[in-house]
Design a protein around this ligand. Structure first.
Ligand code: DC
Length: 220
């Protein structure tokens, strides 16, 4: 499952994995985890060799259940830390470094080799799992994506405005879609879902219908 920031793919992927009894893989969390580690260790985010070396020395592991997925970096639980603005604002250095991406892809494929999985990110259908049984690309209008993000932030005393969130999503969209390495793109064989006017439950049901119909037609 791929899609831009705020398209609802994390929530949908998590619910879907729970409903199907599959594992859930949040690949964005992996890029965030290495960003957290680099900031923690004072590694130069513009130094591809140093980032690559860091990736080789760092153990990224998931724990917990789908609806309470935890991520660990060298044994430290960073589940909440990786959502901090310092990580969000710097993750593009990591996700734009080809040698790091190569290693991430390898690790993601290893996780997937352990059983049925719902994987979400930006390059699942195009690069990481080109032979996935079913691919979905979730999208929504930017105003709606910003509304969702703003709602999730739930910071009554924060200085962050809705306009700030829109601006931030615009920057992230541009970075995600224009980067040289594995840009966000719909794979030709992915099903496109515009979720602007859909609830999470509606999206999950719609995907389940597609999966059931594929099973009936043996379209795998
Ligand atoms: O989905 P997210 O916001 O947690 O992703 C964090 C960052 O990682 C985002 O800037 C895009 C990048 N990313 C990526 O390049 N490839 C992926 N498969 C997943 C995320």
């Amino acid at each position: 499952m791929d899609g831009p920031a705020g398209s609802g793919k994390s929530t949908v992927a998590r619910m879907l994995a729970k409903r199907l009894g599959f594992k859930y893989l949040d690949t964005g969390a992996m890029y965030r985890a290495l960003t957290w580690k680099a900031l923690q260790d004072g590694v130069d985010l513009k130094d591809a060799n140093a980032l690559c070396q860091l990736m080789d020395q760092t153990i990224i592991r998931f724990g917990g259940r789908n609806d309470d997925l935890q991520i660990f970096v060298d044994g430290v639980n960073v589940t909440e830390k990786i959502r901090l603005p310092s990580v969000t604002n710097n993750v593009h250095y990591i996700s734009n470094t080809p040698s790091v991406r190569q290693r991430m892809v390898k690790l993601q494929r290893t996780f997937a080799s352990e059983g049925n999985i719902i994987a979400e990110g930006r390059d699942m259908g195009t690069v990481v799992f080109p032979h996935a049984e079913k691919k979905f690309f979730l999208d929504a209008e930017i105003e709606e994506r910003a509304r969702r993000r703003y709602g999730e932030m739930n910071l009554p005393d924060s200085d962050v405005s809705y306009a700030d969130v829109i601006k931030d999503i615009e920057i992230r969209d541009k970075r995600d879609t224009t980067r040289k390495n594995s840009p966000l793109m719909k794979s030709d064989d992915a099903i496109y879902l515009n979720t602007t006017k859909m609830s999470v439950e509606e999206v999950v049901s719609r995907i389940c219908e597609e999966l059931e119909s594929a099973v009936k037609k043996q379209d795998f």
